[in-house]
Design a protein around this ligand. Structure first.
Ligand SMILES: [Zn+2]
Length: 239
């Protein structure tokens, strides 16, 4: 193979590697942030569940306090009943007592509803706390892996960039600037393989003469359609 062509193929491979490493390095902090943000969201949801349980308990305690106050009133009325002189006064007190007892009954029903609600909230909390513990463990591993991956990528990138410099130093200014021009125009693709007689970049078939020339891989030829530098890749030999 032509030495320049061989170096151009290598340059393209290095540029592909560099591009994909750069993309991954950029994406990893976003990935970490997404994991952390989801975790924060789930922590907030567990905290909200805890608050619901605390509110429920607070409400029940308040209602129990209300019942105590009503029972004290009833007891006071019962004392007063011992001292009344008329039936009318007696009935009025009995009416008050009945009224308070009905109120107590109503509050007790509300407390019962809240107790049932509390049990379901506790069950929900236990389950979401368990999920959170699992998620936290998973997130820790994923974040650690992403950080390690980023570090490895940065090392590989450094290595690839230094290899790229070496390869570039072997190319003439003219060939290198031609590569860069095509690469810039075609979003990083300057070298294209010829597969089954067609340019892999634009899929246009080569004319027979051009195809013959390309198969030798002895000169730098550009695709007549897209301008890519062509390199012939022999089809795999059937076993
Ligand atoms: Zn082409």
């Amino acid at each position: 193979m032509n030495v320049d062509l061989k170096n151009l193929v290598e340059l393209q491979q290095l540029d592909d590697t560099i591009r994909s490493l750069e993309a991954e390095i950029q994406s990893l902090p976003r990935k970490i942030a997404a994991i952390e943000s989801q975790l924060t969201e789930h922590i907030a949801s567990v905290e909200a569940d805890k608050k619901k349980i605390a509110d429920n308990q607070k409400s029940r305690r308040k209602r129990e306090g209300d019942i105590t106050v009503l029972r004290e009133k009833i007891s006071k009325h019962k004392d007063q009943m011992l001292e009344v002189r008329t039936n009318e006064q007696y009935r009025a007190l009995q009416h008050e007592i009945d009224f308070h007892e009905a109120a107590i009954q109503k509050i007790e029903d509300e407390i019962l509803t809240e107790m049932i609600e509390s049990e379901s909230l506790e069950r929900q909390l236990r389950s979401s706390e368990k999920n959170l513990r699992e998620e936290r463990a998973r997130a820790d591993i994923e974040i650690r892996d992403a950080r390690e991956r980023k570090q490895q990528d940065e090392e590989k990138l450094k290595e690839a960039r230094s290899q790229r410099q070496q390869v570039c130093s072997l190319l003439s200014e003219q060939i290198y600037s031609s590569y860069e021009r095509i690469s810039a125009a075609r979003r990083g693709r300057a070298v294209a393989a010829v597969v089954n007689g067609a340019c892999e970049a634009c899929h246009v078939r080569l004319r027979p003469q051009a195809y013959n020339d390309v198969q030798a891989n002895e000169q730098i030829l550009n695709c007549e359609s897209c301008g890519c530098i062509l390199v012939y890749v022999a089809p795999p030999v059937a076993q």
